[in-house]
Design a protein around this ligand. Structure first.
Ligand SMILES: [Zn+2]
Ligand SMILES: [Zn+2]
Length: 316
């Protein structure tokens, strides 16, 4: 039986001490890994096995998050072959960013109320909060509330339920291949990088960069995050067209995740790849231009209204 606990309206589901300790471990352990890696590098040259493990594990796990958790699971941008769905969900789980279903629920809520009351990670509550502080203040969202349709899918439910196994495997594999050095580079350093790059989408891409499209939030396109996060940094594009499988909407906006989805489609492992129709893109760009020119006109009118007063004051 659950005990009746007073619930503060400011913190509807404050996580337990054990949960916060687990988050702290997941945040701090990779940091220790990076310090150890630098120390190892200082004493002896780092081996090609270490660097290869880091790069390959980073690429696979990051694509698991961007293509698997984000575009496939949360936004249903394409329909994968069941084997691809399983592999992508397993790779995403290896990022230590929580079970697939909780990840999707939290992200669906982010889109629903982005940069408004209830957004799990808006920089309007502070840049650090948006980057990683939010992990300590609130449990991840409930899939039964935000994505019941996903809970019923047996593959998704299985991979989500067995999350600790896949997360653990992402440390065991580099250890089996490269020993302790392998664990540090392919496990902890890789985890450190995937965490901070993913978190940068929430913090940096709602704070810095350009906004080619007017949206109900502060989302922005930041090219550096676009590069490191395999296309996820074109975040204003994404908030404007959440279902689009391709986030790099211009030819120069590099989007490795989008390229992978197109490649999967070409070999018959993905179908129903959603692309924004060009006329919808043009309509959205025109609406943005109209809104901004209205805003400029309003500002000019305000300036013009203020000017005679200044002139009158000066002539007195
Ligand atoms: Zn966002
Ligand atoms: Zn999204």
């Amino acid at each position: 039986m659950q005990s009746a606990q007073p619930v503060s309206p400011a913190s509807p589901s404050r996580p337990s001490l054990a949960y916060r300790a687990a988050i702290l471990t997941v945040v701090v352990a990779p940091l220790i890994g990076v310090v150890l890696a630098i120390r190892l590098l200082w004493q002896s040259a780092v081996s090609w096995t270490d660097i290869t493990l880091l790069l390959v594990m980073y690429a696979l796990v990051a694509l698991g998050v961007t293509v698997g958790f984000h575009r496939m699971l949360t936004h249903r941008s394409f329909t994968p072959h069941p084997a691809i769905k399983f592999i992508l969900l397993v790779l995403g789980s290896m990022a230590f960013e929580g079970p697939a279903l909780s990840w999707a629920a939290t992200h669906i809520k982010h889109h629903a109320v982005a940069d408004r009351e209830g957004d799990p990670h808006s920089p309007l509550d502070g840049f650090f909060h948006a980057h990683m502080g939010w992990l300590f203040t609130k449990q991840m969202e409930d899939p039964n509330v935000y994505c019941r349709h996903l809970v019923k899918d047996p593959i998704i439910a299985f991979v989500s339920r067995t999350f600790p196994l896949w997360a653990g495997l992402s440390l065991v594999i580099p250890f089996a291949i490269g020993g302790w050095h392998g664990l540090i580079w392919g496990g902890l350093v890789r985890m450190f990088l995937t965490h901070h790059v993913t978190w940068s989408v929430n913090s940096v891409c709602h704070t810095f960069g350009k906004r080619p499209y007017e949206t109900n939030d502060a989302s922005r396109n930041e090219w550096l995050v676009g590069l490191l996060a395999f296309g996820e940094g074109w975040h204003n594009n994404h908030h404007a067209f959440p279902r689009s499988a391709i986030h790099g909407l211009r030819w120069w906006q590099f989007d490795l995740s989008g390229l992978l989805i197109v490649a999967l489609e070409k070999v018959g492992l993905a179908s129903d790849v959603y692309r924004v129709p060009p006329e919808q893109l043009a309509r959205r760009a025109a609406r943005t231009a109209a809104l901004r020119s209205d805003l400029r006109a309003a500002e000019d009118a305000e300036d013009a209204a203020a000017t005679p007063l200044v002139g009158a004051a000066a002539s007195e």
